[in-house]
Design a protein around this ligand. Structure first.
Ligand SMILES: [Zn+2]
Length: 113
């Protein structure tokens, strides 16, 4: 489960930022996770408590924003929803689908004191 490492780096990034701003506690953290990123939001939620123990994030609530996968066809330019297993354009059947959203994995907001 690589989510442990991911959650640990989310915690580290937040702590570093918060310390730089002179914060002593982090109230909440918002993380964007794309449906095509290969990261399971439930696993991050599960790891968060253990990873945040003893850090500025110990009391923080974790808010996860799920970004749906979207693709654009390189042939007909049509846009469509994508899941991790879709490679074919639903409009023209081409295999030239490119991801335009859903790969996200980033901290977008942090509430500190
Ligand atoms: Zn197409």
């Amino acid at each position: 489960m690589h989510e442990v490492g991911i959650t640990r780096s989310i915690v580290e990034i937040c702590e570093e930022n918060a310390r730089r701003q002179g914060a002593t506690i982090i109230r909440s953290v918002t993380v964007e996770i794309g449906e095509l990123s290969g990261v399971v939001p439930e696993a991050v939620e599960f790891c968060f408590e253990a990873c945040s123990k003893g850090t500025l994030l110990e009391e923080a609530s974790l808010i996860i924003d799920r970004i749906p996968g979207r693709g654009r066809c390189g042939d007909c330019r049509a846009e469509c929803g994508m899941d991790p297993h879709s490679f074919e354009c639903p409009t023209c059947g081409s295999l030239a689908l490119q991801r335009i959203a859903g790969d996200e994995l980033r901290v977008t907001e942090m509430e500190i004191d």
